[in-house]
Design a protein. Structure first.
Length: 190
């Protein structure tokens, strides 16, 4: 088994704005800078699997919109996530229980499309050991020197979709509060 990193930072470096927010690599962070789109991303992730690297958490620094992220202005949405990520075992990158995959782009979790994207990401990347996909319903901004140019959200809600180990059982949270149905059971917003 290869090295275990605390964080996989996946950065869309094709855009000046997202390049400014890109997280650099360090002893405990592996930075993956993507310039040419989703095909490059998938190829580079397969290379990490081949190298035996694993990660406890992940952040995607990209542009976003309702239920989608962008690499080099190319869309990764729910359908793309299931078609291109679910079918290949990218879960080998995240073998640890309670892994969090954070999508820092603007409005990624907004609307029903946002919930569906987070569910697809959780199922596609985290179903082996379980974990949570997280995004925001608002625009993100550069807070300059206060945050080392990392993207922050001043308003909006954070949404989380947790997949339990080994399967498709999902739990939905908004602002870290579980969504409960009228019977008092875990519910779904979609």
């Amino acid at each position: 088994m290869g090295k275990v990193y605390s964080l996989l930072a996946i950065n869309d470096t094709s855009s000046p704005q997202t390049r400014m927010f890109a997280r650099p690599g360090s002893d405990d962070t592996f930075a993956l800078d993507i310039d040419y789109g989703p095909d490059e991303l998938r190829g580079r992730l397969k290379g990490l699997i081949g190298s035996g690297l694993t990660f406890r958490n992940c952040i995607f620094t990209t542009h976003g919109n309702k239920g989608m992220i962008f690499f080099a202005h190319q869309v990764i949405d729910r359908e793309y996530m299931y078609r291109e990520f679910y079918t290949y075992d990218y879960t080998r990158l995240f073998p640890f229980a309670d892994t969090k995959v954070y999508f820092g782009g603007c409005n990624v979790a907004e609307s029903e499309a946002g919930w569906r994207f987070l569910a697809a990401a959780a199922r596609s990347l985290l179903r082996r050991a379980g974990g949570t996909a997280i995004g925001w319903t608002s625009a993100g901004f550069d807070a300059g020197w206060l945050t080392s140019h990392h993207q922050i959200h001043f308003w909006g809600d954070t949404r989380q979709v947790m997949v339990l180990p080994g399967g498709d059982y999902l739990r939905f949270y908004e602002n870290w509060n579980m969504i409960i149905d009228s019977n008092g059971d875990p519910g779904s917003p979609v």
